[in-house]
Ligand binder design. Sequence first.
Ligand code: SAM
Ligand code: SF4
Length: 345
Amino acid sequence: MSSPGPHIPAAPQLVDPYGRRLHYLRLSITDLCNLRCAYCMPPQGIAKLPHDQVLSLEEMARVARVAVGLGVDKIRLTGGEPLLRRGLGRLLSDLAAIEPKPDLRLTTNGLLLQDRLPQLLEAGVSTVNVSLDSLKAEVYGRVTGLGAEAGDASLAKVWRGIGAALASGRMAVKLNVVLLGGVNEQEIEDFAELTRRMPLAVRFIEYMPVGRNTPFQPDRFLSAEEVVRRLGRLGELEMLPARPGDGPAQRMRLADTPGELGVITALSSHFCATCNRLRLSAEGKLVPCLFSEASVDLRPLLRRGADDAELAAALLEAARIKPREHDQAPVSAHAAGCAMSRLGG
Ligand code: SAM
Ligand code: SF4
C-alpha cells in the first residue's frame, strides 16, 4: 500500500464569511481625471491627493501579485482616469508577468485610448470598458463638463479610440452608459442600434448615489427595469446566460446582431449575493463594498516593509469584513462609500 505523501496545506483563498470567492480585484491607479462627469465630480474637480499618499506602481503591482496568490484571477485598472497615469506601460507589463497571468481589463473614458492602445495590446488586456454617456456632442459636452465645442472634438476622439480597439481584433470593447433621466434617456434606442452594426457590448448602468463629490439627484434615476422595457420596443430581446465570472450585468441581444446589450442593476435589484469583488483605492485602501465605509489600509503596511505574508493577511481581513449586502435604496439622497474618482466605480 502506498504511504500518503507529505501534507501540503492548501494556500488560503479570498473567501468571505458568506462563502463568496473574491477573485476580482479592481485597482484604482490614479485619483486624477481629465473629465468632470456630472454624476462623479464637481465642475472644479476634487483636491488632488498629495503624491506620497498615492500608491506607487510597484506597490500596486505587489498587492496584485499577492492577491493572485490568494485566488484573484481578474484585475481591472480604473481610476480616476487610468490612462492618465504615468508609467502605465510598466504597471501593465508587471501585471502581465504575474503567474498565473490574471485576466487584465480596463475602464476608461476613452479620450486617450487610441494613444495608449499599443501598451494595452502588448500586455494582453482582454477587455476595455469605455464610459460614454451620449452620442450627441452637446449632451456629451454637458455631462462631461467639457462644453459643447470641446465635447464635439472629444467625442470624435473617443470614437477613434473605440474604432482602433475594435479594429485590433484582440480585445473586447464594452460601452458603459450611465443613464440619467431627462439627460440621455432618449438615447437608449440609439445606443442599442449600435449593437446591430458593431461587435460592441452596450451596458446601461443605473445612476448610483455613491461617492460624496456630487449631490445625488434622485429625479435623474432610471431603473434597469424601465430600460429593458424600452429596449423591448426595438424587437425581440434574447436573454443571454451569465458566464462564470461575469459581473452584475444582465445580458441580452437583439436578434441577429453582432453586439450585445446589458443592464447593470446596482441598486434596484441587489447583486450582492454573487459579488466577487475587492477594490483597492488610489491611496491604498482595500474596500470590500462600494456602499460601505469598511476598509483595510494597506499603505502603512507597504511603507513599513511588511512581507508578503502580512499583506496576504490584510487581504484576507478585507474579505472577512465584506458585508453580506448593502442596504442602499435607489432614491436615497445619502451618498455612500468613498469618492468614485478615487475608488474607480
Ligand atoms: N474614468 C474612468 C471612466 O469614466 O470610465 C474610470 C473611473 S469611473 C469612476 C468608473 C465608472 O464609474 C464609469 O463607468 C462611470 O460612468 C461610473 N460612475 C461614476 N459615478 C457613477 C455614479 N454616480 N453612478 C453610476 N456610475 C458611476
Ligand atoms: Fe467621468 Fe470617470 Fe472622470 Fe469620474 S473618473 S469624472 S466617471 S471620466
